[in-house]
Design a protein around this ligand. Structure first.
Ligand code: BES
Ligand code: MN
Ligand code: ZN
Length: 514
């Protein structure tokens, strides 16, 4: 994807002669909509006609040069972007989401008229949190401007539209620059995660994860190490080896570290990097199997997060670990009934080879904790279909052994618009994965599938405060949001970055559930 430049401007709107000038219009129950002065008369007129109400998603494109609407401008088009109600009772979170949504819709409209440049007037009627909310608007625009069409030719006779490349935000103060720069950085990382996920299984392999990390380390202060199959085997990571056994592609354990000059806290991030999940010998049904190229979205999220970590250099150590392999059914593949030994010596009976995510995460978690002695561990994984049954596509499942960490993740998730919902993790669920023949088994029966998957991971984190995010329902194709195009969402990047932002609020100790 091309990069998109975002800048702040205070230039005269009357002189603007570009392709697309955008004003936000907010609904008011018994009144004419809120809008900015330059379009006031026009909006009043259209409101009287009943055409403009300011509802969210209501998009009105005006062509000022060809109309006698009372709007003074040289712009080729004016978009009146409906905002919905500017209602403080929605709270800052609700308001932030409305601005992101408006931003996403503006990008969709720009694409419809193939406008590569957009000037958006940030509304003067927004009185509080102006800088933050302008950031949310930009966030929505940038995230909604994402496209992945590198393998697709343009329709004949049609010029290929490659997205907006210049966004200008019209505001009264230069102070917005930092916020906009921060948001742009973060949206670039979300795009990076989406790009990785969009590559199919034959074009995004464990080696590509490794290459990405090596390249990122080269152009930053991050330290990268990649363990190959021999090293993974020597370290006793029986889970990764087992999942990889049926494949002709070598596994990798990719590690990226941000080491500040001095630090007192360490956060380890682990992401499931299954570059294609066929299910292995416990083969998945054919219908929809192509979507299992997305089974690496957790890995994509944690490595892409490191791109921003490298730029922003937070004051704690952050380590991202991605166990990467595909899950195939070759002749040497692991079989139901096989018993494997994990990094920490725990033995496991493989009941179903399609429950492979927990096998590779178990090794990566135990390794990360042993090697880095972290204060907090967070893993992200497209781990279970069951989480989609339970929570649908609007919240990720959160399971944790630490209330403080779980609460903070829930809070930052609500704020950044990547929402989670905590599920329990009591001992009874953990008992479901007891095996007759080994320490544990990799499935715990039909009921509580997301929780028993988390219970498996719990065996590998010891007392370290840990949170597991099951992103199977949110990692792709939750298309209800204007700023999340169809395909991979990049879920987790913004959440992890918000969590890192607030790491100082993270208290150790506290009451542990489970
Ligand atoms: N990658 C899948 C989970 C998944 C399913 C993600 C659908 C997104 C959409 C995972 O490896 C898997 O196959 N899980 C099994 C576990 C079962 C065999 C215990 C599942 O959820 O069916
Ligand atoms: Mn699977
Ligand atoms: Zn999987």
């Amino acid at each position: 994807m091309k990069t998109c430049d975002v800048s702040i401007t205070g230039r005269s709107l009357e002189k603007y002669a570009g392709p697309l000038l955008v004003f936000l219009v907010a609904e008011r129950k018994k009144n004419t909509p809120r809008c900015d002065e330059p379009v006031r008369k026009g909006v009043d007129h259209l409101h009287r006609l009943g055409d403009v109400k300011g509802k969210a998603d209501e998009m009105t494109m005006l062509y000022p040069n060809q109309s006698n609407l009372p709007v003074k401008t040289k712009a080729r088009r004016i978009l009146l972007a409906g905002f919905g109600e500017y209602d403080k009772t929605a709270g800052l979170e609700g308001m932030a989401e409305r601005f992101r949504t408006a931003g996403g819709t503006i990008s969709q409209q720009a694409a419809r008229v193939k406008s590569r440049e957009v000037l958006v007037v940030f509304p003067s009627w927004v009185k509080e949190h102006r800088r933050y909310l302008a950031g949310c608007l930009v966030e929505g625009m940038l995230l909604g401007n994402y496209r992945f069409d590198k393998y697709k030719k343009a329709d004949e006779g049609d010029e290929k539209f490659e997205g907006i490349d210049t966004i200008e935000i019209h505001v009264d103060s230069r102070a917005f620059r930092h916020e906009v720069a921060k948001v742009s950085r973060r949206c670039r990382s979300v795009a990076t995660a989406r790009n990785m996920a969009n590559e199919p299984g034959n074009r995004w392999t464990p080696d590509d994860f490794a290459q990405f990390a090596v390249d990122l380390a080269k152009r930053s202060d991050l330290h990268c190490s990649v363990l190959d199959k021999d090293q993974i085997e020597k370290l006793g990571m029986g889970g990764i080896i087992a999942v990889n056994q049926g494949s002709s592609t070598q596994p990798k354990l990719v590690v990226l570290e941000h080491n500040p000059p001095s630090f007192s806290k360490t956060m380890v991030l682990v992401g499931k990097g299954v570059t294609f999940d066929s299910g292995g010998v416990s083969l998945k049904p054919a219908a929809g199997m192509q979507d299992m190229k997305y089974d690496m979205c957790g890995g994509a999220a944690v490595l892409s997060t490191m791109q921003v970590v490298a730029e922003e250099k937070p004051g704690l150590r952050v380590v991202a670990i991605v166990p990467a392999t595909d899950n195939m059914a070759g002749g040497a593949a692991v079989k139901p009934g096989d018993i494997i030994t994990h990094f920490n010596g725990v033995t496991s009976e493989v009941i179903n080879t399609d429950a492979e995510g927990r096998l590779i995460l178990a090794d990566a978690l135990a390794y990360g904790i042993d090697r880095y002695q972290p204060d907090w561990v967070v893993d992200l994984a497209t781990l279970t279909g069951a989480v989609i049954v339970g929570l649908g596509n609007h919240r990720a499942g959160l399971m944790s052994n630490h209330d403080g960490l779980a609460e903070l993740i829930s809070r930052v998730g609500d704020i950044c618009g990547e929402k989670v919902w905590r599920l329990p993790l009591d001992k009874e669920y953990v008992d479901q994965i007891d095996s007759e023949v080994a320490d544990i088994k990799n499935v715990g029966g039909k009921s509580g599938g997301s929780i028993t998957a988390a219970a498996y991971l719990l065996k590998f984190v010891g007392q370290t405060p840990w949170a597991h995010l099951d992103i199977a329902g949110t990692a792709w194709d939750y298309t209800k949001k204007s700023y999340i195009p169809k395909g991979p969402s990049g879920f987790g990047v913004r959440l992890l970055l918000s969590l890192i932002d607030s790491w100082k609020q993270l208290k150790l100790g506290g009451k542990n559930k489970s």
